[in-house]
Design a protein around this ligand. Structure first.
Ligand SMILES: [Zn+2]
Ligand SMILES: [Zn+2]
Length: 175
């Protein structure tokens, strides 16, 4: 399976490279494509945030692949004050935002923690693309994260139940 990482605007290169390396190992192939501008219609000046569904809609997918958009800005959806990401369930595209994952947002240093959190959110949204829904297992990456503390509690992997579901769909991954 091929995963394309599509940066929206300026995104921390070290995080993108980490994601590429790990997602290539897990899904087989992963490349970072050229960054694109954040679609201006996605910006909500009242909230000073970007609407994740508008960004998701703007992503074009060619062939048999998954496109993972990555943005440094804050995104929101529906009634949520913010979201870590959004995905097309059983589709081909997803978006994650690094903004709320940054340890410096919470008075800590960035570094490896930001990369690990980004990997967890990427795995979570790709899981939705592959048809997985939220998992009751707190340790599973498909568990819903209300806050970054939930993200830190969970593993970056799919649990056995979720992995089994993927296998039944013919999705082969290396965890
Ligand atoms: Zn989710
Ligand atoms: Zn699970």
């Amino acid at each position: 399976m091929r995963v394309c990482i599509k940066p929206f605007g300026v995104v921390d290169a070290s995080v993108l490279e980490f994601l590429q390396e790990r997602l290539a190992e897990i899904f087989g192939e992963c490349e970072i494509v050229l960054p694109v501008e954040i679609p201006s219609q996605a910006y909500n000046p009242m909230r000073r945030q970007y609407r994740s569904s508008s960004i998701l809609e703007s992503i074009e997918v060619k062939g048999e692949q998954i496109v993972l958009g990555v943005i440094g800005e804050d995104i929101y959806a529906g009634n949520f004050s913010f979201v870590f990401g959004e995905a097309e369930l059983n589709g081909s595209k997803a978006i994650i935002s690094l903004r709320r994952l940054r340890p410096d947002e919470y008075g800590m240093k960035n570094g490896n923690l930001l990369k690990l959190r980004a990997l967890k959110e990427a795995m979570h949204e790709i899981g939705h693309v592959l048809g997985l829904t939220h998992c009751p297992n707190q340790k599973c990456v498909m568990h819903f994260s209300n806050s970054v503390f939930d993200t830190d509690l969970k593993d970056w992997r799919y649990c056995e139940v979720c992995t089994e579901k993927l296998l039944k769909k013919g999705v082969r991954i290396k965890l």
